[in-house]
Design a protein around this ligand. Structure first.
Ligand SMILES: NC(=O)c1ccc[n+]([C@@H]2O[C@H](COP(=O)([O-])OP(=O)(O)OC[C@H]3O[C@@H](n4cnc5c(N)ncnc54)[C@H](OP(=O)(O)O)[C@@H]3O)[C@@H](O)[C@H]2O)c1
Length: 255
């Protein structure tokens, strides 16, 4: 197992926990920044080199960042930077690992998108765009590789109680830094992780890990898009008023 992220100390802490749980099979820690797109091919080579089997059996693409800002308050640079972290890094790593998976005619790519990868919501246009891009890419990718031994699972979580909103980028690039009451009410990260493992084990093409509200939105988005857009626009109107200081921020239920 190889663990990645930017914070090496934190990765070592997680590796220690895994070490105890896995009876001494300590994960390898490979820290890197997803924003460094040009360096990711080498990172993938390094991962293949340090892997005891010289293979990556399951590539889980989870690293990402949320955004919290209205469109008019979001600089184009934030759109570009977030697209690099949430989208281009994922496809760069996939393309770099793909030749080895194709050679072995086996492998599994699990991408952590979001319910916002199918639904656009107020105050998070940038994040929604990056997650929609992931859905398009991996839906297409699946059609190309499923007959060649490679599985692709797209995960669409709703609200999960992590630091994702606290860590989000505001429109000026600063860290948003505030909690979101709907994320605080989200499912525990451990429960989300457990359901992701089940989806990967079952080789599900897609897994929606969300509450009834988000599932309802996703269902009517396909069947009755006009109704869906009208509900989301009303929700968005409330959100805009709140962002503009006329109420508490954070009415959205889908993360
Ligand atoms: N929480 C939710 O409600 C929710 C809902 C739907 C989808 N998701 C998705 O789930 C995934 C995990 O998010 P989370 O909820 O666990 O949020 P989080 O607590 O903010 O964690 C984000 C993760 O991404 C890594 N990361 C962020 N920027 C990175 C970069 N530039 N380079 C390398 N790694 C980076 C972080 O590690 P380092 O800080 O060490 O780099 C951390 O492991 C994300 O893709 C998110 O969009 C979350």
């Amino acid at each position: 197992m190889i663990l990645s992220g930017r914070r090496e100390k934190e990765l070592q802490r997680v590796a220690n926990t895994c070490d105890a749980l896995r009876g001494g099979r300590r994960p390898i820690v490979l820290p890197f920044d997803l924003k460094n797109i040009e360096g990711l091919e080498q990172i993938a080579k390094d991962a293949l080199k340090v892997s005891p089997t010289s293979r990556i059996d399951i590539l889980v693409l989870s690293g990402g960042i949320a955004t919290r800002a209205l469109v008019e308050e979001t600089s184009l640079q934030i759109d570009i930077d977030t697209m690099k972290i949430n989208y281009f890094s994922n496809i760069a790593l996939t393309k770099a690992i793909l030749p080895s998976m194709l050679k072995n005619r086996s492998g599994h790519v699990a991408v952590i998108s979001s319910a916002k990868g199918r639904i656009g919501m107020a105050d998070s246009s940038t994040y929604c765009a990056t997650k929609h891009a992931l859905m398009g890419f991996y839906d297409a990718f699946r059609t190309e590789v499923s007959s060649r031994g490679i599985k692709v699972t797209s995960i669409l979580p709703g609200a999960v109680n992590t630091n994702v909103i606290k860590n989000a980028l505001a429109g000026d690039g600063k860290t948003y830094g505030k909690d979101d009451k709907n994320n605080l009410k989200g499912i525990a990260p451990e429960e989300c992780a457990r359901r992701i493992v089940v989806a990967i084990k079952n080789e599900d093409p897609e897994a929606i890990i969300a509450g009834a509200g988000a599932r309802f939105c996703l269902a009517i988005r396909g069947l009755f898009p006009t109704v869906c857009f009208s509900i989301l626009a009303k929700k968005g109107q409330r959100e805009v008023l709140q962002v503009k200081g006329m109420g508490a921020h954070g009415a959205a239920k889908v993360s």
